[in-house]
Design a protein around this ligand. Structure first.
Ligand code: NAD
Length: 289
């Protein structure tokens, strides 16, 4: 019988962290979200509240369940509030130094030595984060997809140190408690989905960069010609261009394949703060809400 995961922590309440927290709270779990400070914690609460409200408006959730889910969530600016958690899912920016620092701190703060520390990283080696702790056998990748309340997939990524029982416990939690579907991956940059997806997105960016086709035509081509629900540049905007660039850099660093190298246009857009949907402009323009 695997240990019960009843208290969850989420570090980072941005696009992904807010979504993960929402899914946990909607599943009835006691969930604490830790942001960088109290102001960011309030912004994370707003993000979840807005998403729950949208689910109500669309008829996906009744109002009482939405209110219950929000009441189940605690938002904080201090990692110390995660001391009693059984599972902590880290979802801060895709930056190895920032994540390593958080894993080292969580290892000291989270009291139960059997508690599991997971990362939602898209491309940073799970091993590197595990080695920042004294419990690398209890560290794994738990890679959700955006938007988390909608997309059913979670990749479980085991490092060379992760014990099989820990991966099994988390798989049971993700499938039974959260109702998601799991695929397992080895600890290689990009795991299964991004190793396939990112070179495709970068090829679309290069196409727009060279003037070969406009962003709208690139997207229409894949939506109307291949029945993709969203073209690659819209998808890159949805993921966040900073995140796409960071994943591309990790893939390039790992495999040294030119196809993984972020194109100059992507780098310039990130430097310009044109991050896609979350900043209002990327390859396309977006309303604030
Ligand atoms: P984001 O920029 O929307 O959110 C990151 C959040 O982390 C911000 O709210 C920031 O305030 C917070 N943060 C930064 N430092 C912190 C700290 N020390 N303590 C607590 N919070 C801190 O980024 P995102 O898109 O949510 O991505 C988060 C992670 O999820 C990344 O590792 C990314 O690769 C991964 N991911 C992203 C996607 C996607 O589609 N965007 C999909 C799967 C996985």
């Amino acid at each position: 019988m695997s240990p019960r995961i009843d208290k969850v922590g989420v570090v980072g309440g941005g696009l992904m962290g807010a979504g993960i927290a929402e899914v946990c709270a909607r599943a009835g779990l006691d969930t604490v979200v830790c942001e960088a400070d109290a102001v960011a914690a309030r912004a994370a609460r707003e993000r979840v509240a807005l998403s729950l409200e949208r689910a109500v408006q669309r008829g996906k959730l009744d109002r009482i369940s939405a209110e219950d889910a929000l009441n189940r969530l605690v938002f904080t600016g201090s990692l110390d509030d995660l001391a009693d958690r059984r599972l902590v899912i880290e979802a801060v920016v895709e930056n190895a130094d920032a994540k390593t620092e958080i894993f080292a701190a969580l290892d000291k703060i989270v009291e139960d030595p059997e508690a599991i520390l997971a990362t939602n990283t898209s491309s940073i080696p799970v091993m590197r984060l595990g080695m920042a702790t004294q419990r690398a056998d209890h560290v794994l990748g738990l890679h959700f997809f955006n938007p988390v309340p909608v997309l059913p997939l979670v990749e479980i990524v085991t490092s060379l140190h992760t014990t099989p029982q820990v991966a099994d416990t988390v798989q049971e939690f993700v499938t039974r408690a959260l109702g998601k579907t799991v695929v397992r991956s080895q600890d290689r940059a990009g795991f299964v989905v991004n190793a396939l997806l990112i070179p495709y997105l970068l090829a679309a960016i290069r196409m727009a960069e060279s003037g070969f086709a406009t962003p709208t035509d690139v997207d229409s081509g894949m939506e109307l010609g291949c029945a993709h629900p969203m073209g690659p540049l819209k998808l890159a905007d949805l993921i966040g261009l900073d995140t796409v660039a960071a994943i591309a850099e990790s893939l390039y660093e790992e495999f040294k394949e030119p196809l993984y190298a972020p194109p100059p246009l992507l780098q310039r857009m990130v430097e310009a703060g044109l991050l896609g949907r979350k900043s209002g402009r990327g390859f396309h323009h977006y309303d604030p809400h």
